[in-house]
Design a binder for this molecule. Structure first.
Ligand code: NOJ
Ligand code: MG
Length: 546
């Protein structure tokens, strides 16, 4: 018999930990979660209407991608007013209602802060570009043309093409790490820092529980604007940005001061979390905890997205990350987001269940991406419906397939909108939706909910120590085994990354009981010295008799 799923009892994390350590984060891409007004685009009222679902699922916090005033050149990652809600998404009053309804359900609310660049339509940029003498000229990054009259250096845009655009009015180039519609702010300028800190305070005062900071490792650029070195390993299928190693355009040492400054602003409001978006190798990533942990509370760890989906590779990654963490640095894990192919698309439906168990049993704060809990996979988007500007600049790199609407029920557009959805749904939306899956004990949604419930019930899972287990080499190639330990309880997790069955020896610590399996019908079984793992099966073992 499966253990009953307990009603969530959210709140403070035990064992001297805080909520963002013991809890789980759920990312909402607001355009795609729930539309309330029939315009085909999700909005804040839509999110509020679905908070009961999130409480039922058992997550602790929602991170909402940007809903600020924006011309939407990059769907909100181009902000024209850091302290206003775009009418497409609703009003400030809608936001206040959302946060108070979330808090009533003990759900924290994390906003997406986009400090590296504003929109070209931000009044700051309008003023900055007006003349070389403008009081806000230095708020952005303006340079004279290079010796040949071209761009000042070889830096490229992450979305294809040069990162510099010449502005006819003043004859100088401005820098944009992303679209020309997203000019980079100059964080070396103290006025910029102060203005951005004020924007943080605006939302903190409204009760937000923290921020996910967009491309935080980009904030400071090399003072001398040196050329980036060529990448000899560049492959033509890669996005153009990879032609060069991004040595001088980002990840500069001075960025840690900037992050500490933001962190200090949050500190004044109590237990608020600062999550930094950082795509860097582990040894660089962990420096973003900052000296004396003055940096990001959670430098986003995207290594599971970037590591080949093989047991040995993932086991090595987890061990490497655990070993690299600074004293007191809290780990975190991510399987997907609005910029990355869906996990189910990458590893397949069977392994998506293993991925869920992995994400929710590793040590550290997990971030779930909306829709992964119903197993959304790759949704083909016909070229005439393509939306993402990156995909238009560099075909093949579009992010539309991972941004398709959430699927709620067997209704037109799966209950997402009464209008025409801005992106298509999956072909099986009449079956792959929350309503259909919530009562199905074998569904991936039920698995996610059971995992979240188990994580709440066992401090070993939410805050316990992690220990990798050695397996005989043929097994270690396909099965990842580890333990989580807290308060005198040890749980053992065994994940079969292959589509072949295995007998796994359990020579110490037993007898055990299966607390949860990705395959239904096994929970409650006792196991002694040997565990039969079915193809694509993951199992959590605990002490018998609970
Ligand atoms: C990272 C965001 O996650 C992505 O969606 C966006 O396009 C870039 N930063 C630019 O803001
Ligand atoms: Mg709408």
């Amino acid at each position: 018999m499966e253990a009953p799923i307990k009603a969530p009892t959210p709140g403070a994390g035990g064992c001297g930990t805080v909520w963002w350590q013991s809890g789980t984060v759920y990312q909402i891409y607001p355009r795609s979660f729930q539309d309330s007004d029939g315009d085909g685009v999700g909005d804040l009222r839509g999110i509020t209407a679905r908070l009961d679902y999130l409480a039922w699922l058992g997550v602790d916090a929602v991170w909402i991608s940007p809903f600020y005033r924006s011309p939407m050149a990059d769907f909100g990652y181009d902000v024209a007013d850091y302290c206003a809600v775009d009418p497409l998404f609703g009003t400030l009053a809608d936001f206040d209602a959302l946060i108070s309804e979330a808090h009533r359900r003990k759900l924290k609310v994390i906003l997406d802060f986009v400090p590296n660049h504003s929109s070209i339509a931000h009044p700051w940029f309008t003023e900055s570009r007006a003349s070389r003498m403008s009081a806000k000229r230095d708020w952005y990054i303006w340079r004279d043309p290079g010796p040949d009259g071209g761009p000042p250096n070889n830096w490229l845009s992450n979305f294809g093409g040069p990162a510099w655009t010449r502005d006819e009015a003043t004859g100088q180039y401005y820098y944009h790490a992303f679209l020309p519609e997203q000019p980079d702010l100059n964080w070396r300028n103290p006025e910029v820092r102060a203005a951005m800190h004020d924007a943080l305070r605006f939302w903190l005062a409204r009760g937000v529980d923290g921020f996910r900071v967009d491309v935080i490792w980009h904030l400071i650029k090399d003072e001398g604007f040196r050329d980036n070195p060529q990448n000899p390993d560049f492959q033509p299928h890669q996005a153009g940005i990879n032609r060069f190693h991004q040595v001088y355009s980002c990840d500069r040492p001075e960025v840690l001061d900037i992050i500490a400054g933001m962190r200090a602003v949050l500190r004044a409001y109590g237990e608020r979390v600062l999550i930094g978006e950082i795509y860097l190798p582990i040894e660089r990533l962990v420096t973003y905890y900052g000296p004396g942990l003055t940096g990001a509370d959670l430098p986003f760890n995207f290594q599971l997205i970037q590591t080949p989906w093989r047991a040995e590779a993932v086991a090595a990654l987890v061990a490497e990350y655990e070993a690299a963490l600074p004293e007191g640095g809290w780990p975190n894990w991510v399987l997907g987001n609005h910029d990355q192919p869906r996990i189910a698309a990458r590893v397949g439906e069977a392994q998506a269940r293993i991925a869920a168990m992995l994400l929710l049993t590793l040590r550290g704060t997990p971030t779930l991406y909306y829709g992964d809990e119903i197993g959304l996979g790759h949704v083909p988007v016909p070229p005439e419906r393509a939306q993402d500007p990156w995909g238009r600049n560099e075909p093949g790199h579009g992010r539309d397939p991972e941004r398709t609407p959430m699927q709620w029920e067997d209704a037109p557009n799966a209950g997402f909108t009464a209008g025409t959805p801005w992106l298509p749904l999956t072909g099986d939306a009449n079956r792959r939706n929350v309503d259909e899956l919530r009562d199905d004990s074998r569904s991936i949604l039920t698995l996610y909910r059971r995992l979240l419930s188990l994580r709440r019930d066992h401090s070993a899972l939410s805050v316990g120590a992690w220990r990798g287990l050695a397996l005989p080499s043929d097994l270690a190639a396909e099965v990842f085994a580890y333990e989580r330990i807290a308060d005198g309880e040890t749980l053992r997790i065994l994940l079969n990354f292959s589509n072949q069955g295995w007998s796994v020896p359990l020579d110490e610590g037993g007898p055990w009981q299966i607390l949860l399996s990705t395959h239904s019908g096994r929970a409650g079984d006792r196991v002694e010295r040997q565990l039969r793992l079915e193809p694509d099966e993951g199992v959590i073992l605990g002490p018998p008799g609970r």
